[in-house]
Design a protein around this ligand. Structure first.
Ligand code: SF4
Length: 903
């Protein structure tokens, strides 16, 4: 199959447009374009990309928009004829009649916009028509902290409108008016900040002029350098191009070549970077003397910590020391942290913030499949027939993946949402199961029951690749659907329809979030989700699987690196003498600690009992983020030494004896692993601020002070640490700094450097056969013990604008977009309590009380409350409880027995 460019034959690729074809054969600029963007559906409105096409050599030609005309066998394409040049010039001439004349050329201190480049490519036309005034008079909009518009420069290409819809799925931007008077509107509002815009910046990035820009004017900046790195916020792991001028970060764009985010980000990744040089950044090491922090030298700080740790070790034994590592830090830093605690100090008391989020995912999936990580890749969304979203609101928590899921929902994929809150995605879903918080096991048992009774199981898959299905089947078949329907609050017919839809899809993908894991039965819920995938054969193929939406940027990586008390780097069991020997040889020491360590909740209890005397914390605000804050405070008050490495003074670092100022992710090299097991490079953008050091450097310095010299040398170098990681972790054998390239690699990474997009292909489970488990629903002790006195169930979730405790996002303009936590209350409950919108209520539990403003919302059912936890003024964890997942102790943030009253 061949087509011809200027009478020369070239092979064509099925599905290509003429534009793609010519660009592939010649170069990207072979045909000028204006309304075309590779990330958007082809639109063909501007006609600048027009070409002449004939059915035979030198035959009669037709003029066609190359961007949306498929290339065909035998076509003769003439793309740069005089006629086409005149046509393009004429189109631009018409546009320039209503375009500011001082914006036709870029000034010397700016990069030309795409439109300015197009004008230069086509040639400046003589403007023969009368000047229009339809756009020139539109007032600029500068009210939004990040996005501004100057519609005098709008050329009506619709790219922003299409990006808003096709990339973000929001449809905030639209076109109003006709002909020359057509212009952009922001919903029914006049400004971005009044509209429902989610500030993702997709419109800004695609706009080919300066009609839409960010307040940093990133796309026209002449930067000293632009460095590609990985976003620090969520587990999506977006790639960012960071522009630097005079050592300062001046703007961020989303690289279109990034496999993860394909030229898109949310407002956190793109805009929320001002925290990095905020005046509140910790810049010097400090020791608390007589109750006040005093600045000291790094050496004094290290000596102080080492002396105290050795004293505690000698007096109380090594297990009186614990370490808490950070999912915000790099893999290399987490690896070093667990190594310091295990090797330089000699205890397995090392844990991380996976404990308060996805530990049940790792545990539950290990029980079912043998591997506790996402089975597939997010790109599989393009190849699935059904999406089953359970206990997650990715539109807010994982915005770029959320936008992709939203796109799929809007395009009509079978969609099932299980959530106690009516989220945006729930609104769009074909099946929404608004479940009572805490009854996840019950609803999954119902779904399984209907799949079995409707004969929709994949018996071949079950027989060939799994174990213990019959026990599970016998269990679910006998369950009383009426009873479970009453318990869950979801009509059994609604559950049945969802179960049938999931099971009938040829390829169904499951996604789950903290609405699954942060429960008393969290691990069990993960195992039941795994059952669903196995019983329907939705494992080991493209467009299927179980895909946990990992919360923090590197929560997957921290666990991979051994930040767990029971498994070392690479998930090897620290209780096994052979594994202890393996690590001892790799680390060059005589003996590894033999006793399994304590999880964070155990460490806090042990501190209260006087058994833990020192905590070394890297990048965690335990007091703010762990449940039952008074309990955590009591534990911390009982410690003899608290060391905290941090970017800012937090509730936890306020309680520390020593604070070590750490460098942010912009200031160091390393890697993060996203939710699809993709290890991606974090590249240093600027030098460390003030007297800060990367966490990895601080840990190496401390190891040295504690008598262990890190074999890779005394300087933290991510590439060297990666070499060591590849040597220790069996499934990362082929990992190298260079080999990661710009889009990273998904583990397992073979010795030759090839990576793995999908696990368990053809039923090849790591544990041999996939295992079915079965469980009955059990009411949470939180409800059993406190439900009578505290009749409302509080559940928690995130907002788009902030990240967890908000330490970073509160120090950016995101705070001006959303500055409060809210309590969502059903209108009927609000009426009973005599409460209206924005009233302040006191919400209280067995643990304490906090005041919070109210948002009346039908998104929650009667008897259910929802809140976020980003603002320290509210400190919601004062009221959350100590109940946790039975297997992993992950706190049950999603079921808190409370009551509330108007203040
Ligand atoms: Fe960063 Fe997540 Fe937003 Fe991507 S979606 S830019 S990783 S916060």
């Amino acid at each position: 199959m061949k087509a011809y460019i200027n009478n020369i034959a070239h092979p064509i690729i099925q599905g290509e447009t003429i534009l793609d074809f010519v660009r592939r054969i010649e170069d990207r600029n072979a045909i000028p374009t204006m309304c075309q963007d590779d990330r958007l559906e082809n639109f063909g409105s501007c006609r600048v990309c027009s070409v002449e096409v004939a059915r035979q050599k030198d035959g009669i030609t037709k003029t066609m928009a190359s961007c949306h005309t498929p290339v065909a066998n035998g076509q003769y394409i003439y793309h740069n004829t005089d006629k086409m040049k005149r046509l393009r010039k004429n189109i631009v001439e018409l546009i320039l009649t209503d375009y500011p004349s001082d914006k036709i050329f870029a000034p010397d201190d700016k990069i030309p916009t795409e439109f300015q480049k197009t004008i230069a490519q086509i040639g400046i036309p003589n403007i023969r028509y009368p000047k229009g005034d339809n756009h020139l008079d539109i007032e600029s909009d500068r009210a939004h902290p990040y996005i501004k518009s100057d519609l005098s420069q709008c050329i009506n290409c619709y790219r922003c409108v299409r990006a808003c819809e096709e990339i973000q799925g929001e449809m905030i931007l639209n076109m109003s008016g006709r002909g020359f008077a057509t212009n952009i509107i922001k919903g029914f509002d006049t400004t971005f900040d009044e509209s429902a815009c989610v500030s993702c910046g997709a419109c800004v990035q695609t706009c080919p002029t300066e009609a839409l820009t960010d307040t940093y004017e990133t796309k026209t900046l002449i930067a000293d350098k632009t460095v590609r790195t990985t976003c620090t916020y969520c587990g999506v792991g977006c790639q960012l191009d960071v522009s630097v001028i005079d050592g300062k970060i001046r703007g961020i764009q989303a690289p279109e070549t990034a496999e993860v985010n394909e030229g898109h980000t949310c407002l956190k990744g793109r805009f929320a970077f001002q925290f990095y040089d905020h005046p509140d950044r910790l810049r010097e090491p400090m020791i608390k003397k007589n109750g006040k922090f005093e600045i000291v030298t790094w050496n004094e700080t290290y000596d102080f910590i080492a002396t105290k740790l050795i004293q505690i070790k000698n007096k109380y034994g090594v297990d009186a020391i614990g370490g808490i590592s950070s999912s915000r830090a790099t893999n290399e830093e987490n690896y070093l942290m667990q190594k310091m605690i295990r090797v330089a100090l000699g205890t397995n008391n090392i844990d991380g913030c996976a404990r308060v989020c996805h530990a049940p995912t790792a545990f539950g999936m290990q029980q079912a499949f043998g591997t506790g990580a996402a089975t597939n890749s997010v790109e599989d969304l393009k190849d699935t027939d059904a999406i089953f979203l359970f206990g997650a609101n990715p539109v807010k928590g994982h915005p770029v993946t959320g936008a992709k899921i939203k796109q799929a929902f809007m395009k009509g994929v079978t969609s099932i949402v299980v959530d106690p809150v009516k989220t945006k995605l729930a609104d769009l879903a074909t099946h929404f199961l608004q479940v009572r918080p805490g009854t996840n096991v019950a609803i999954l048992n119902m779904i399984a029951h209907y799949i079995v009774t409707e004969n929709l199981v994949n018996q071949d898959f079950i027989d060939t690749y799994t174990d213990k299905y019959n026990d599970f089947k016998d269990h679910v078949i006998d369950l009383d659907m009426d009873e479970l329907s009453e318990l869950t609050g979801v009509d059994k017919d609604v559950v049945k329809a969802a179960a049938i839809a999931y099971a009938k899809a040829d390829r169904a993908m499951e996604f789950h979030g903290l609405g699954v894991t942060e429960h008393f039965q969290g691990s069990k819920t993960v195992m039941l989700l795994s059952n669903l995938a196995m019983m329907t054969g939705n494992v080991g193929r493209k467009g299927v699987g179980l895909n946990p939406l990992r919360g923090q940027n590197n929560v997957q990586g921290a666990a991979d690196m051994g930040v767990q008390p029971h498994q070392g780097a690479g998930y090897l069991d620290v209780n096994d003498p052979k594994i202890q020997q393996y690590y001892a040889e790799k680390y060059g020491i005589a003996k590894m600690p033999e006793k399994e360590g304590l999880k964070i909740p155990d460490m806090l209890d042990a501190a209260i009992e006087g058994k833990i005397k020192a905590l070394y914390i890297m990048g965690e605000d335990t007091i703010m983020t762990d449940p039952n804050s008074y309990h955590s405070i009591k534990a911390f008050e009982n410690l003899e030494l608290i060391v905290v490495q941090e970017l800012f003074m937090t509730a936890t670092s306020e309680m520390a004896d020593v604070v070590l100022p750490a460098s942010s992710y912009f200031e160091k090299n390393g890697t993060f692993t996203n939710g699809e097991r993709r290890v991606q490079r974090v590249n240093k953008v600027i030098e460390p601020i003030g007297n800060t050091k990367p966490d990895g450097q601080i840990i190496i310095d401390m190891m040295h002070k504690l008598g262990y010299d890190q074999p890779t040398g005394l300087t933290y170098d991510a590439a060297n640490i990666i070499e060591e990681i590849a040597d220790v972790i069996p499934f990362m054998k082929g990992l190298t700094w260079e080999g990661l390239g710009t889009n990273g690699l998904q583990w397992p990474i073979k010795e030759d450097g090839t990576d793995t997009k999908m696990l368990h292909i053809d039923g090849a489970f790591k544990k041999g056969k996939g295992t079915f488990h079965h469980f009955d629903f059990e009411e949470s002790p939180e409800i059993v013990e406190h439900g009578a006195n505290y009749p409302f169930i509080l559940t928690t979730g995130r907002e788009l604008e902030h990240y967890n405790s908000g330490t970073m996002t509160r120090r950016t303009d995101n705070q001006s977009i959303l500055s409060k936590d809210y309590l969502e209350v059903n209108p009927r409950d609000a009426k009973i309590k005599g409460i209206t919108d924005e009233d302040i209520v006191r919400i209280f539990s067995d643990r304490g009380s906090v005041n919070i403003p109210v948002k009346i919302s039908k998104n929650v059912k009667k008897g259910i409350l929802r809140t976020t936890f980003h603002q320290p003024e509210v400190f919601i964890n004062i009221i959350t409880g100590s109940v946790g997942d039975k297997e992993t102790m992950t706190p049950e943030y999603k079921v808190v027995a409370v009551d509330f009253e108007k203040v």
